[in-house]
Design a protein. Structure first.
Length: 511
């Protein structure tokens, strides 16, 4: 199959010009923070839409994973990085043209931009012939660029560029300044008296002398005098400058569409691999997950929240990893335990790894199998809006109804501490109704709750608990393990919420 894109395998994705918007679940799962960190410093590429489009089919996931693996070869990574740096230099030239005023100066900057482009393409084509490639994407691109550099159109462009560079470099002219007049003429091998004077007085030189030479400004733009001199030079070498005019008109669209698109799309991989390198440097593991659209037996050993870990590493703090798995008929993690124990982080991690797996990226963990979902739905607590006429409970019910009316058996639902504004009895009643619907849909779910009854509600539910240090329950380990809910977590949390713990009561008695 002829090469089309380094990022998209499906032709429908290529033809779809609609720019995707940020998925609604990004903020709840802190994926927006991760994407901000990944794309930082690459704003010129507008990479975020590439990270918004998900999920893709299994074939595209495999296509991207293989490309990522190829790019883990440092030789290839540096080769692509060098190619991109040249393209950035080229774009800087093109941007500079818009800031210039004089015609021939604009044309010279354009010629230099094309020269940089030709060099970048030829260098990349040559580099790729000396690198072992295994991915369909890179092998296809290598074949495409090798054919391109041999094409008549590119050879013609490259030759014309080199010839004009040489012709312009060969131009020599003399300037005679007399009063307010300047005379420009072709250089006719006149004697350079500056060299003669310098050589004559060289023998009288004693130590370093003050430099009286005029320093020319380093401004990119020309002044009106320089521009007028250039106009006169153009009249002296009319044939060369006519060729330059014609060249600029004829090659205005000189960048090959597929190569230009490749240079932008490949940043998707480069940015992600550079982002996760900081985690690998501190010993955290990443792997390419097995993604299945049928089996819901998922697992990830050694996973962690990318957004939280990014902050912890910046602060030189330790990142705690966790494991999870669902087997047989298991579908729903019911997560309980004390506050600030890592429950919400675990829920976010579950969503994050599934999302990044769906767009073909390696994910946190050393052994991973995940489900190819059709959508992720999240419900996290929101601050009450004073302008909203709904009460908090009503708002939660409306949101959950909306989720369950849209969810399918191929969806993932992540619920984080719902119904905290009502009585325990009502919360249990409503939660069981929602659990019945989730079980009926047979979808994957993570439910963070203090309602222990949910953990044993069905053969599809699995109880996982955030752990504390046994000798000091106030200290969290941030480990989430499969074990029965202990009932103490809810009582302790309620006591802390209403300041009814022993410490709080003792403090109030003192006051």
């Amino acid at each position: 199959m002829a090469f089309q894109s380094i990022l998209f395998l499906n032709t429908n994705d290529l033809s779809n010009n609609e720019v995707p918007s940020e998925p609604v679940f990004f903020k709840d799962l802190n994926i927006d923070q991760i994407i901000d960190a990944i794309t930082f410093g690459r704003s010129e590429y507008n990479l975020k839409p590439f990270f918004y489009k998900s999920p893709v089919d299994k074939e595209t996931i495999k296509y991207r994973q293989d490309i990522m693996r190829d790019l883990e070869n440092n030789k290839l990574f540096e080769c692509i990085k060098s190619f991109s740096e040249k393209f950035q230099h080229m774009r800087e030239n093109l941007k500079q043209i818009d800031k210039l005023y004089y015609k021939y100066q604009k044309e010279r900057w354009f010629l230099d931009a094309v020269d940089i482009y030709c060099d970048a393409v030829v260098s990349l084509a040559n580099d790729l012939t000396h690198i072992d490639l295994n991915s369909t994407g890179f092998i296809g691109f290598r074949e495409y660029i090798l054919n391109y550099v041999k094409s008549d159109s590119f050879i013609s462009l490259n030759n014309a560029t080199k010839k004009l560079e040489e012709d312009l470099s060969s131009i020599k002219y003399s300037i005679l300044i007399k009063g307010n007049s300047i005379k420009v003429s072709k250089y006719e091998s006149e004697i350079n008296y500056s060299d003669i004077v310098e050589e004559t007085f060289k023998k009288f030189k004693e130590g370093e002398a003050k430099d009286y030479r005029k320093k020319f400004s380093e401004y990119v733009d020309m002044n009106h005098v320089e521009a007028k001199i250039l106009d006169l030079v153009a009249q002296l070498y009319k044939e060369i400058f006519d060729e330059l005019d014609d060249y600029c008109i004829k090659n205005i669209h000189y960048i090959d569409d597929k190569i230009g698109t490749f240079e932008r799309e490949v940043q998707f991989y480069m940015s992600y691999l550079e982002f996760i390198s900081k985690f690998k440097d501190v010993g955290l593991k990443f792997c390419y997950p097995q993604v299945d659209s049928e089996s819901k037996e998922v697992f990830d050993y050694g996973c962690f929240d990318l957004a939280l870990a990014n902050k912890l590493i910046s602060n030189k703090s330790t990142v705690v990893t966790n494991d999870f798995y669902l087997s047989g008929k298991e579908r729903i993690f019911v997560v309980s335990g004390p506050n600030q124990g890592g429950k919400t982080t675990f829920a976010r991690t579950f969503g994050q790894v599934h999302y990044f797996a769906s767009i073909g990226c390696p994910v946190p963990g050393y052994k991973v199998q995940l489900f190819l979902y059709d959508n992720i739905f999240t419900h996290f607590e929101r601050e009450e809006d004073v302008n909203d006429l709904h009460g908090k409970l009503e708002d939660e019910l409306i949101r959950i109804y909306d989720i369950l009316s849209k969810a399918t058996p191929y969806s993932i639902v992540i619920l984080n501490e719902i119904f905290t504004s009502t009585t325990l009895k009502d919360a249990i009643f409503l939660s069981k109704k929602i659990m019945d619907r989730i079980i009926e849909l047979d979808l994957l779910c993570v439910w963070v709750t203090f309602i222990d009854e949910l953990s044993t509600y069905s053969e599809k539910t699995v109880s996982v608990v955030s752990m504390v240090v046994p000798d000091n329950p106030a200290l969290r380990t941030y480990k989430i393990v499969r074990k029965p809910a202990d009932g103490l977590s809810y009582a302790i949390t309620i006591a802390e919420k209403y300041r009814l713990t022993y410490e709080h009561i003792k403090e109030r008695v003192k006051q």
